[in-house]
Design a protein. Structure first.
Length: 320
């Protein structure tokens, strides 16, 4: 099998495939191939190892109907038309669960950074504004005993909730499509309606997939229902919140601030007004960016490709 990877991938994945007799070609330029360029390139390959790039729609997938597998080196799969791939007959795999701990850690980091205006205060050092000490200026908020609300209490949300409870003794509330009885038992988490989640959360962290139902859900009307002292955290997908609404909500005091590891679009423009706000902390989608996590992601994606090459069941086939 010949595999084309859209990025230079962690060595664990490449070596595993090569050991299995698979020929791997990596795209080494620091730009993403256009869908047409990638489709043309793939005519000479049997499989796509997708480690980043442009979205894959039905037109693209039709051009690449010969592929035996598309292996995503990500847990999320909103960047590919899964229904079209299923119709065309291309199996698509992902790496579910692997980035959960590292992504939860980033949400935990953002929560604290927003509460203490950490990114903003760092910028003040760089601009030589660390001067006169004013005991009433640039004060943050305490997290001890505050309520953590989780929208989407799955693997990542549960890990974050565990960290928040242990570090800051934070009560946990959540809203899901289905009850998470395990989290209720372990963390004494309380299931609430979405409206109650908005009204009661001191920190509201989003851990749900980007779907037609969740796209743009956090808009001005939603932020208006939250506490003026609340923090909004999104490490899921940027499309879940409306950034103009988020900026206005913070400026108008509807909420305290926001921590984002995902934006819409990505990359975010350097002149985005959100970046100038004292109670905003934004990272460039680094939720899974640790050497251990990326290595495990690369390895699972490789195992999916090896399974396709040898006619074995795919370890993490996307079925929806």
């Amino acid at each position: 099998m010949k595999v084309f990877a859209t990025r230079v991938i962690p060595a664990e994945g490449r070596i595993r495939m090569e050991q299995a007799g698979i020929q791997v070609t990596e795209w080494k330029e620091k730009r993403s191939l256009s869908p047409d360029e990638l489709a043309d390139t793939l005519q000479s390959y049997d499989a796509l190892y997708y480690a980043g790039g442009k979205a894959m729609n039905r037109e693209f997938l039709t051009k690449c109907s010969h592929l035996k597998i598309i292996a995503l080196m990500s847990a999320g799969y909103d960047n590919i038309d899964i229904l079209a791939a299923k119709d065309i007959g291309i199996p698509v795999t992902n790496v579910p669960g692997v980035p959960s701990k590292s992504t939860a850690d980033v949400a935990f980091l953002l929560m604290q950074s927003v509460a203490r205006k950490a990114f903003y205060m760092h910028k003040r050092i760089l601009s030589q504004e660390w001067g006169f000490s004013d005991p009433t200026a640039n004060l943050g908020i305490d997290l001890e005993g505050k309520t953590l609300g989780v929208w989407g209490l799955g693997n990542i949300g549960t890990i974050l909730a565990r960290r928040c409870q242990r570090a800051f003794d934070m009560p946990i509330i959540y809203n899901n499509r289905h009850r998470n009885t395990a989290a209720e038992k372990e963390l004494n988490a309380t299931y609430v309606t979405f409206e109650e989640l908005l009204q009661q959360s001191d920190v509201l962290s989003v851990h749900t997939a980007l779907t037609p139902e969740t796209k743009g859900r956090f808009n001005k009307d939603i932020f208006r229902q939250m506490k003026p002292t609340s923090i909004f955290i999104n490490t899921a997908r940027g499309g879940i919140h409306d950034e103009t609404s988020l900026y206005e909500a913070i400026q108008e005091g509807l909420i305290w601030g926001a921590g984002l590891d995902v934006t819409n679009p990505e990359p975010m423009s350097a002149d985005n007004p959100l970046l100038s706000l004292p109670t905003v902390a934004i990272l460039p989608h680094i939720g899974s960016a640790t050497s251990v996590t990326r290595g495990k992601m690369a390895l699972l994606a490789a195992e999916n490709i090896i399974a396709a090459a040898t006619g074995q069941p795919l370890p993490s086939l996307i079925k929806s």
